[in-house]
Design a protein around this ligand. Structure first.
Ligand SMILES: Nc1ncnc2c1ncn2[C@@H]1O[C@H](COP(=O)(O)OP(=O)(O)O)[C@@H](O)[C@H]1O
Ligand SMILES: [Mg+2]
Length: 328
């Protein structure tokens, strides 16, 4: 019986694990990517992002598990499946002594773009990536931002359904980063994109969905909105106190308040102490805190409600593990 996936997913990872010798880089990773999605694979260094991208690109096989590309088993029918994939590796290897257009025509030939339409095809990708004016330039002479565009253009040759980008903005300056992100958003309108990143804001700026990974395991996934709603019944309050001698007194007061959780403290340079805690969203303990601190003569310099950012969510999910095993 021919095995086919029933869902509309373009990419499907099924229980993928990867070991390098005794190092377990990926541990039972499953996720799907649908047409029209830009998925951000988010995790700290060493999380397993590059390993995932390489497996997805068919660069090497997993130790366990399966990868389906449009219902085709990537490691059973690699040639066929890889036609749907375009890959920008983490450290892309381009030919510095080739000219941009020449290099792209060469890759187009390797990817079996028909000879007749090859020039037009290459020109189209150059235009899409903003390379038209540098077609005659040597790749080695281009800025890093332009080299990255060449890397993306080569990944687009052959019109793959899925674009795999491993840390596409790393090592670029802020202007180049903004340009590459804008390009990725444009590309995502026509094809599925998966990109890896360790930069949180990148995900909310570029991606329609996030898969969070740490130590080779997925621990949360969903749209940015969905992840935010995990914590929508919570809020954070931050309290600043002047004078390190008040440390214990402040902790005692805050701990005594009803319903506060996850109290933590940061020492700021100078004399300030900064306390942050969580409390149910409908509570507003600010007036009570002010009153208590005044009564105890503890100099309160600031009290604020803090909006939870994606970064907070990432850290919360990571530390608490209480949303682990959220379905993808
Ligand atoms: N070729 C390799 N040999 C041995 N260990 C590796 C190799 N590549 C990656 N690793 C290990 O696998 C883990 C995941 O690495 P990687 O996928 O590169 O993570 P990321 O891209 O998220 O930084 C890390 O612990 C890393 O040290
Ligand atoms: Mg990496």
């Amino acid at each position: 019986m021919k095995k086919k996936t029933v869902s509309s997913s373009v990419v499907r990872f099924e229980h993928v694990s990867k070991k390098y010798g005794s190092v377990r880089a990926l541990d039972d990773v499953s996720f799907e990517i649908n047409a029209g999605e830009i998925v951000g694979f988010l995790g700290p260094n060493g999380a397993g992002k590059t390993t995932t991208m390489r497996i997805l690109a068919g660069f090497f096989a997993p130790s366990r598990g399966k990868v389906w590309i449009r219902g085709i088993d990537l490691f059973r029918h690699p040639q066929k499946a890889k036609r749907s994939l375009g890959y920008l590796p983490e450290a892309v290897r381009l030919y510095p002594d080739m000219r941009v257009a020449e290099f792209l025509r060469y890759v187009a030939r390797l990817k079996d773009v028909p000879r007749k339409s090859r020039n037009i095809h290459v020109q189209g990708k150059m235009a899409l990536c903003g390379l038209t004016d540098v077609g005659h330039r040597l790749i080695g002479r281009l800025s890093k931002g332009y080299r990255q565009r060449v890397g993306i253009a080569q990944a687009l040759l052959g019109d793959p359904d899925v674009l795999i980008l491993d840390e596409p903005t790393s090592g670029l300056d802020p202007k180049q980063i903004a340009e590459i992100r804008a390009l990725i958003r444009t590309l995502g309108k026509e094809r599925a994109v998966i990109l890896s990143t360790h930069i949180l804001p990148e995900v909310s700026m570029v991606c329609s969905r996030v898969v969070m990974i740490n130590q080779g395991k997925i621990f949360a996934s969903g749209t940015v909105k969905e992840l935010e709603s995990c914590l929508k019944d919570r809020q954070e309050i931050s309290v600043r106190v002047k004078g390190r001698v008040y440390r214990q007194g402040a902790i005692d007061l805050l701990k005594g308040l009803p319903g506060i959780e996850a109290l933590r403290m940061r020492e700021e340079p100078g004399e300030e102490l900064w306390f942050i805690f969580e409390i149910a969203r409908e509570e507003d303990p600010r007036a009570q805190i002010t009153q208590l601190f005044v009564q105890q003569n503890i100099p309160l310099v600031e009290i604020q409600r803090v909006k939870l950012t994606l970064e907070d969510i990432f850290l919360h999910l990571l530390q608490e593990g209480r949303f682990a095993r959220r379905p993808s």
